[in-house]
Design a protein around this ligand. Structure first.
Ligand SMILES: [Mg+2]
Length: 250
């Protein structure tokens, strides 16, 4: 099969680079929780950039910003991300739900107060708009599956004139559940994601056998991701992503 019926794409690190926004929003929330940050609010610290590929859901970034403000070394997160995250979340004393709510409230405020400013902190990766425009002509529905809130994802896509068939956000549950629903609609489904553990979850799920899995090489990858990648997941470099589906690795 040389093309999907549905192309499912992650948002952050696949379609959009939002590093500036991740940092600024996370830091704002961390500061509201007492983080003593004295550095720049605007410039993304290299430590945050290095840790970002480990992040699964937004609230974790607040913990990372809070930890960095308290002098945490990036190494602690890079060597044992779940352990460091747990340790700093305990010190912060806030639940994931409370942190996610605070982050989304902050984003909601930014989006209503200064929509242009907020949207400008995100950039579409090169070639994305052109590639997605071709999907319609190829008879392929494309959808977005993200751990971000749906409202924010939709605002970002709208700003760039992108019109997916559907946007599935954090509210729609885990990505594997969304993929199961998509499989019931049309097949085959191909899924492009920059977080390897998510792709590993998909390939380990017997109900999702048949989903084509692609690791986006241009996204927020951890150093060892390319070496750790195992079939049936494919490495998708940017040139292949921009090419017709028949040229994608199979
Ligand atoms: Mg991602």
């Amino acid at each position: 099969m040389s093309r999907p019926a549905i192309l499912a794409l992650d948002l952050d690190g696949v379609l959009v680079d939002g590093m500036e926004e991740y940092w600024r929003s996370s830091l704002s929330v961390a500061r509201s929780l007492g983080a003593p940050w004295t550095g720049s609010h605007e410039e993304v610290p290299p430590a945050f950039r290095c840790i970002r590929p480990w992040v699964h859901t937004g609230w974790e970034m607040v913990v990372v910003a809070w930890a960095l403000a308290h002098g945490a070394a990036a190494e602690a997160f890079l060597q044992d991300y779940p352990g460091a995250l747990r340790q700093w979340q305990t010190r912060l004393g806030q639940s994931p739900v409370a942190l996610q709510d605070a982050l989304e409230r902050h984003r909601g405020d930014c989006l209503s107060r200064d929509p242009r400013g907020w949207l400008a902190q995100h950039r579409l990766y090169p070639g994305v708009a052109q590639r997605l425009c071709c999907c319609g002509a190829e008879g392929v529905d494309w959808v977005v599956i993200t751990t971000k809130g749906r409202e924010f994802a939709a605002a970002l896509l709208k700003q760039d004139g992108l019109r997916p068939t559907a946007v599935y956000g954090r509210e729609d549950g885990p990505k594997v559940r969304v993929l199961r629903r998509l499989l019931e609609q049309r097949q085959p489904v191909w899924f492009v994601e920059d977080r390897l553990p998510t792709l590993e979850q998909v390939t380990a799920d017997p109900q999702l056998r048949g989903v084509g899995c692609y690791l986006a090489a241009w996204g927020y990858l951890r150093h060892a991701d390319r070496q750790k990648l195992r079939p049936p997941t494919h490495w998708l470099d940017h040139a292949a992503f921009c090419a017709p589906f028949s040229a994608w690795p199979a």
